[in-house]
Design a protein around this ligand. Sequence first.
Ligand code: MN
Length: 249
Amino acid sequence: MWYVQRAIIYIMVTIGGLYPDNLSTNELISIKDIQNKESKIQDSQNSYPFSLPSLPYSTSSLEPWIDRETMEIHWGKHHKTYVDNLNNACLQHAEFQNISIENIFARLNIPEIIKNNAGGHWNHSFFWKCMTDNSQRKKMPIHLQQIIQSSFGSLDEMKNEMERQGQARFGSGWVWLIQKNNGQLAILSTANQDNPLMKSSNVQGKPLLVIDVWEHAYYLKYKNSRSTFLSNFWNVVDWEAVAERLSST
Ligand code: MN
């Protein structure tokens, strides 16, 4: 009967008003659930279930510097495997299903399987966005050039240092241009799928540019010559994207 229902609702609202903390806890949970679902829809690459992003160019458009076959295997096989393995790992470690990938990196003790595959997914997603086939975007913006000069002396010195660290990375890894909290730029190399967003990283900072120095990134075209791959990489850098990542400090 409707008046009984109304009376029950009235009592519940009254109790809710007397004990607002109880109600607000429930409300907070439901709002959080909705926000989680919304953020998943907005950014399906950055939270579970993770998905392979599409490339911002065709697999052949970075030729002759990076060949089509390397791109197809690197993106379509290697990167996809990290995405699949990360989703599978999240089934075993359900606590990582409801947080963004950046919040996974912010934790100190990440299970190795989550760390390696989350790093593999994030690093590759970022790497694709560091390159372009658009000649306009390959031009060096003035404000980026200025901060590179103040951090390294010149663009050539910055490039030389990235190539040197990329060459010196034993085994597999990445070489990063980052922006530190003080606004200055720095270069560092990470092993395997580690990155400077990880709390466990020796040097932390905001990634601006990265080069993948795993053999799978260059072996089909450059064979054992990582140094030639590194020196050719500058032909495909999206400097406009690098500049857009700079924080104004
Ligand atoms: Mn790779």
